[in-house]
Design a protein around this ligand. Structure first.
Ligand code: TPP
Length: 681
């Protein structure tokens, strides 16, 4: 078969399967998927480097899909390369299937990223391209591959594309190739109803290499990809002029392409005819789930070629490893996050310290030990104290990725996605910092990271109204309650999807970072204070670090006014633990009760230890009172009567020095003691 003919046949096969799976599921998005078929066919058959026998090969090209609703396109092309069976795609969107409505990261099946929230997927891909540069700067030609990203009108419109496009252009990510499926139709309107932008010029102005082609023409796609592969300094955007619902026809066999109605429902419901469309695409309406014999043969040959090429490249890798044994060992350490986490026994704090500061110092102390750390900040490095780390290294700049820091500019959502994307690539461990109040800007990425079980670290400082003078816009109130809800959500492994740590003093900060860096199972959120916090008592522990290391159980006893069973347990995390510590003696004195102070850095982790441990720390017979600088519901799972028994803040903060706000809002030890004594009457 001639190239042109097989290209069309294969793309039609992708279209056929995409339309069929949506039709059978009675739900899904066929139109976009059918328009993008030509591109994915050319990409997967000729350009995308992978080893059919080793899906996790670290040197594979990465393909990141942004519009997750176009999953039928991805599942179809992955069926042509044997990652899915026809049975799998017949079960599209069904209970227990491996083909959920929107793709979920599954490397063994060729899915690099979970996608669905438009915009995020391509930013993850751009992050992956940054990780590659970071690794290439250290391991040279051992790291050689491309990152392909697929974006649609929705992703182009989402604000995150501004940040991601700016950074990719600025950094000159030459190994990044993005295809824009420009079909000019979105969910409920035509694109021209909402935008007149010149996307070509927009990306040009960010420093991209931009080309415009007919995105349904295999030859044009082939040429554009070839050119893009040779680009030496810039990321490439291929704007593909495509047809929504390519191949759809009506009952009367009339063209029904370019119709908004085909975006999000089965062809038969859109005004097109499923039967006639199947016929038009060369399929059998009785059994539309078919791989055409000539397509099967073509792909079998392509897969054999890819397996050969991968074998040859792996032989090169082995040669490199033999010639560079030290570097090869190190590379494996990077890939496996196999660094010993330092004990940091020599990191000491002898006076009240803001946890943003102790977190910053801890992170800096990790530099050079956990060698694959990449730290980012959204233009707050000198406030969120990631600059402690930056002082030891340098920021990425165009052409030089030998540093370990990403200055993301003011773009929190983008930064979060880039960092998570770097981790999806593998070989790095990321930390991204900003103010806690702006966690709201990052939340959608944290959620996707939680779903993917990506153990990125999200650092948030300036954690309460104690930010002070900046006023209520900068004072998180509900943010901890919001983010702790993620702790309550389980991932697909039935484990907590997010770990949230708000250390109570400098030593808990050290231990918290150790936990976050060691965490391979889910994202970790770290929350630090702007204001100084007294160091908590060491108690009977051998060292302050030993005392703080008890946070591994989520919560522990900090102090007690006398031996024996406590009558009253005071619970908090973060800076409020020190406030309770300051109040405990007064409460004991005024009530004659035995008062225990407990630090619960993570309520969910604490609960995970089991009833016996929880009972040993917070006995059910004791009266439990809590304190938080945010919404009392933070402790809902530990203190069921939180509305009455947790002293918190249920209103916005105000602009004034932090000490004044403490006074006004009742967050001084003596004021809490008064409140508690009243409660205990
Ligand atoms: C952040 C986000 N907002 C809204 C949606 C819902 N949604 C799914 S597809 C879509 C329109 C996408 O249009 P386009 O990207 O052009 O895809 P096509 O119509 O070509 O399939 C919308 C709004 C979403 N998935 N993510």
């Amino acid at each position: 078969m001639e190239q042109k003919a097989i290209d069309l046949k294969a793309a039609d096969n992708v279209r056929l399967l995409a339309a069929a799976m949506v039709e059978k599921a009675k739900s899904g998005h066929p139109g976009g998927a059918m328009g993008g078929a030509d591109f994915v066919h050319v990409l997967y058959s000729e350009f995308l480097k992978f080893d059919p026998n080793d899906p996790e090969w670290d040197n594979r090209d990465r393909f990141f899909l942004d519009p997750g609703h176009m999953s039928p396109m991805l599942y179809s092309i992955l069926t042509l390369i044997n990652k899915f069976s026809l049975e799998d795609i017949k079960n599209f969107r069904q209970w227990g299937s491996v083909t959920p409505g929107h793709p979920e990261r599954d490397i063994k099946r060729g899915i690099e990223n979970t996608s669905g929230p438009l915009g995020v997927g391509h930013a993850l891909g751009i992050g992956a391209a940054i990780a590659q540069e970071f690794l290439a700067a250290r391991f040279g030609k051992r790291v050689q591959h491309k990152t392909y990203v697929y974006i649609s009108d929705g992703g182009i419109q989402e604000e995150i594309s501004q940040g991601a496009g700016r950074i990719a252009g600025f950094l000159g990510l030459k190994n990044l190739i993005m295809f824009y499926d420009s079909n000019k139709i979105q969910l409920s309107t035509s694109c021209t109803d909402v935008s007149e932008e010149n996307t070509y010029d927009k990306y040009k102005s960010w420093g991209w290499n931009v080309v415009k082609i007919n995105g349904n023409d295999a030859a044009a796609i082939r040429q554009a990809l070839k050119n893009a592969q040779n680009e030496k300094t810039r990321p490439t955007l291929i704007i593909g002029d495509t047809k929504m619902g390519k191949g759809i026809v009506t009952e009367n066999n009339e063209n029904f392409e370019g119709k908004c109605s085909t975006h999000g429902q089965p062809v038969s419901k859109s005004g097109g005819s499923f039967e006639m469309t199947v016929k038009h695409l060369g399929g059998n309406p009785e059994n539309p789930f078919e791989i055409f014999p000539e397509v099967k043969e073509y792909y079998a040959q392509k897969l054999a070629e890819k397996a050969e090429a991968a074998k040859a490249e792996k032989a090169e890798e082995a040669k490199w490893a033999a010639e560079n044994p030290e570097l090869a060992k190190k590379y494996q350490q990077y890939l496996n996050n196999d660094f010993e986490i330092p004990a940091l026994n020599d990191l000491t704090f002898d006076k009240a310290t803001a946890t943003r500061g102790s977190l910053g110092k801890t992170l800096a102390a990790m530099y050079g030990k956990v060698e694959n750390l990449v730290v980012a900040s959204a233009d707050l490095s000198n406030s969120d104290k990631t600059d402690e780390f930056l002082k030891k290294t340098k920021a990425f700049v165009p052409g030089d990725f030998s540093g370990s820091f990403l200055q993301a500019g003011v773009s929190e959502l983008t930064m979060a996605a880039l960092c998570v994307g770097m981790m999806l690539h593998g070989g790095v461990k990321t930390v991204c910092g900003t103010f806690f109040v702006f966690s709201d800007y990052e939340k959608p990425v944290l959620r996707v990271a939680a779903l993917m079980k990506t153990p990125a670290i999200f650092l948030y400082t300036h954690d309460s109204f104690r930010v002070g003078e900046d006023g209520p816009t900068h004072e998180p109130i509900e943010q901890e309650a919001q983010i702790r809800l993620m702790e309550q959500v389980d991932n697909h492994d039935g484990k907590m999807s997010t770990l949230v740590l708000r250390p109570a003093d400098a030593y808990e900060s050290i231990e918290a970072y150790k936990m976050a860096i060691a965490n391979t199972e889910c994202p970790t959120v770290m929350i630090g204070s702007r204001q100084n916090i007294d160091i908590l008592p060491q108690g009977k522990c051998a060292s302050q670090l030993d005392r703080a290391a008890q946070i591994k159980k989520g919560g522990y006893i900090v102090s007690q006014t006398k031996e024996g069973n406590p009558d009253v347990v005071l619970v908090a995390n973060g800076s409020e633990v020190a406030t309770l510590q300051g109040a405990a003696a007064t409460i004991a004195e005024k009530t004659g009760k035995n008062v225990r102070v407990v630090s619960v850095i993570s309520p969910r982790l604490f609960e995970n230890q089991g009833e016996a441990y929880v009972e040993s720390v917070i006995p059910s017979k004791a009266r439990v009172l809590g304190m938080t600088a945010g919404l009392p519901s933070v402790f809902a799972t530990i203190i069921p009567g939180f509305k009455k028994d947790v002293f918190g803040l249920t209103h916005f903060g105000a602009s004034a020095p932090a000490g004044v706000l403490d006074e006004k809002f009742g967050f001084k030890p003596e004021l809490f003691a008064q409140w508690a004594v009243e409660k205990l009457k």
